[in-house]
Design a protein around this ligand. Structure first.
Ligand code: NAP
Length: 244
C-alpha cells in the first residue's frame, strides 16, 4: 500500500513540484484546489502519468470548515494521511504605511491560520496512527524580515513558531514536524516582481542565481524520507546562501 501525501496549494509553483517529486517516490497524492482550471487539469495528468493515485479536493485553506471537509474526504478515499505539506501561501506586499488591515489579515489568514486549519484537521489521524510527517513551507523572510512584507514575514515567522511548538507536542507520538524556508524561487509568486527588484535580490544570493521549485521539492522529499527520521523542529533554508 502506497504512502499518502496531502499537499496544499499544489496546482502550481513549489507545491506542484512537491506533488510531482513525491509521486515519483511512490506516494499517492491528494491536493486541494480553490477553482477548477487548466492548472488543476495539468497536475492531475502529470501525477496520473506516474502511476500513483491522484485526488483533488476542493477548499480554501483559510476556511476551517473547508479544511475539515477536504481532510475527511482524503481519509475516506485513501484511509490515511502519512505526510502533510502546508504549502499554500500568498503575498500582498506593500510598506506598512500603505498596508490596509485587510491586506495584513488576508496574508495571515491564508499562510498562518491556513497552516493551523489543515494541521488541526490532520493531526488526530496521525496521532491515532502513531506516525506522520508534517512539513510547513515558511520563508527566509520569516527569519530575516523584509521591507514591504510585514504581513508575509509575520505569517512565515509564525509558521516557524508553530512548527517548533507542534514538533515538541507530538514528538512522543512519533510525528515529525519541520519547516522549509525557501529564499528566492522562480514561480508565479516571484514572476510578478519588477526586473529591478529581481536584480537587487540576485545581488544578495551567493550562488548568484534564482532557485527552482524542484530544488525546494527535493529537500521536502528528504524530510519525508527514511533518511531524516532523527530530524524534527528544524527550519531548513533552501536559499542559495542568501541568509547565511
Ligand atoms: P504560487 O506559485 O503563487 O502558488 C501558490 C499556491 O497556493 C497555488 O496553488 C494557489 O492556488 C495556492 N493557494 C493560495 N491561496 C490559497 C488558499 N487560500 N487556499 C488554498 N490554496 C491556496 O506560490 P509559490 O511560489 O509556489 O509558493 C508556495 C509556498 O512557498 C508559499 O507558501 C510561499 O509563501 C512559499 N515561498 C515561496 C517563495 C518563492 O520565492 N516563490 C519563497 C519563499 C517561500 P490557486 O491556484 O487557487 O491560487
Amino acid at each position: 500500500m502506497n504512502k499518502v501525501a496531502l499537499i496544499t496549494g499544489a496546482t502550481r509553483g513549489i507545491g506542484r513540484e512537491i506533488a510531482i517529486v513525491l509521486a515519483e517516490n511512490g506516494y499517492d497524492i491528494a491536493i486541494n484546489y480553490r477553482k477548477e482550471n487548466e492548472d488543476l487539469i495539468n497536475i492531475k495528468k502529470e501525477i496520473e502519468n506516474k502511476k500513483v493515485k491522484f485526488l483533488a479536493v476542493q477548499g480554501d485553506v483559510s476556511n476551517f470548515e473547508d479544511c475539515e471537509k477536504f481532510t475527511k474526504e482524503v481519509i475516506q478515499v485513501y484511509g490515511k494521511i502519512d505526510v502533510l505539506i502546508n504549502n499554500a501561501g500568498i503575498t500582498k506586499d506593500t510598506l506598512l504605511v500603505r498596508m490596509k488591515k485587510e491586506d495584513f489579515k488576508q496574508v495571515i489568514d491564508v499562510n498562518l491560520i491556513g497552516t493551523y486549519n489543515v494541521t488541526k484537521n490532520v493531526i488526530n489521524y496521525m496521532i491515532k496512527a502513531h506516525s506522520g510527517k508534517i512539513i510547513n513551507i515558511s520563508s527566509i523572510v520569516g527569519i530575516s524580515g523584509n521591507a514591504g512584507q510585514t504581513n508575509y514575514a509575520a505569517s512565515k515567522a509564525g509558521i516557524i513558531g508553530f512548527t517548533k511548538s507542534l514538533a515538541k507536542e507530538v514528538a512522543p507520538r512519533n510525528i515529525l514536524v519541520n519547516a522549509v524556508a525557501p529564499g528566492f524561487i522562480e514561480t508565479s509568486m516571484t514572476n510578478v516582481l519588477k526586473d529591478e527588484v529581481k536584480e537587487n535580490i540576485l545581488k544578495q544570493i551567493p550562488l548568484n542565481r534564482i532557485g527552482t521549485a524542484k530544488e525546494v521539492a527535493n529537500v521536502v522529499k528528504f524530510l519525508t524520507s527514511e533518511d531524516s527520521l532523527y530530524i524534527t523542529g528544524q527550519v531548513i533554508n533552501v536559499d542559495g546562501g542568501m541568509l547565511m
